[in-house]
Design a protein around this ligand. Structure first.
Ligand SMILES: [Zn+2]
Length: 279
């Protein structure tokens, strides 16, 4: 099974079609089987709408639309298995194609076999359904305000393991399972350490590491951009260069100790028992 789309995949997806669709006019919209949440308006009301600059917040994409009838935009999420592709041609929908936005520049299509993805109409990014869905999200990792002190403050008072505090996504977004494991390795932090016990200098190192692994994944995604059928290729090609993720039993690239795997919150954590310490 391909990996769930994470923030880098979503950002690579955004970059793959944002320029092409900016300024396009909607000429048709089609819904397939129900997705995670309903669209929230009749698809016909999107017709004639002009697409603006596509933005990303966490793992959501925002497609602003100024329509003759409805003013607002579409909030898209890839769920567990979604891919979003933009193509000049408009082939007939296949069985897992559950949303089409046809424009005068080409077709934006969501393919989502497991249908945990979503396309939701919202009057703006900070009102209506979008505001609700985005409310709990932490800071963007590449926001200059995301730094050691911000992370340290967010972790204070949290009694959960540091890995789970990162996965929660309410301090910083983007540190999904792969990237949380890798960032903790790079920062030399034991994933079981209680979040509130992380020192300020180590919080600074961890913030740097989170940004670093995500930047590296984005770079890896850039190389898979040309064949955009496979959005999940980002995680795949990133994993090839992973330090600990998916490497149980193999030697740590730094110290040679076998990498270990354990479960934290039903997710696999990979770590080096020697390089990653509690203090
Ligand atoms: Zn090691």
């Amino acid at each position: 099974m391909p990996a769930m789309p994470e923030l880098p995949e979503v950002e690579v997806t955004r970059r793959s079609f944002a320029d092409a669709i900016d300024g396009a006019t909607v000429t048709g919209a089609r819904l397939g089987k129900p997705l995670r949440w309903p669209l929230g308006l009749e698809p016909e009301r999107l017709l004639g709408g002009r697409v603006g600059a596509v933005a990303r917040r966490g793992k959501y994409l925002w497609l602003p639309l100024s329509a003759p009838v409805a003013q607002g935009g579409l909030l898209l999420h890839l769920g567990m298995s979604g891919t979003l592709g933009f193509s000049a041609a408009a082939p007939a929908p296949a069985c897992h194609d559950h949303f089409d936005l046809l424009t005068d520049r080409g077709l934006l299509r969501l393919n989502d076999p497991r249908r945990f993805g979503a396309v939701v109409w919202s009057p703006s990014l900070d009102s209506g359904p979008a505001a609700k869905l985005l409310a709990g999200l932490g800071m963007e990792p590449f926001d200059p305000r995301f730094d050691g002190p911000h992370l340290h403050a967010g972790l204070s008072g949290r009694r959960v393991a540091i890995k789970l505090a990162l996965l929660a996504g309410d301090i910083v977004v983007g540190a999904g399972n792969i990237y949380a494991c890798e960032a903790l390795f790079l920062a030399g932090i034991d994933p079981r350490l209680q979040a509130s016990k992380l020192s300020r200098p180590r919080a600074a190192r961890l913030a740097q590491a989170v940004r670093g692994v995500l930047a590296q994944a984005l770079e890896a995604g850039g190389t898979t951009l040309r064949d955009f059928k496979d959005a999940h290729g980002v995680a795949g090609s990133f994993q090839m260069q992973a330090q600990v993720y998916g490497r149980e039993g193999q030697n740590c690239r730094v110290c040679g100790t076998p990498v270990r795997r354990m479960l934290q919150g039903q997710r696999s954590t990979f770590f080096c028992p020697r390089c990653q310490t509690r203090s």
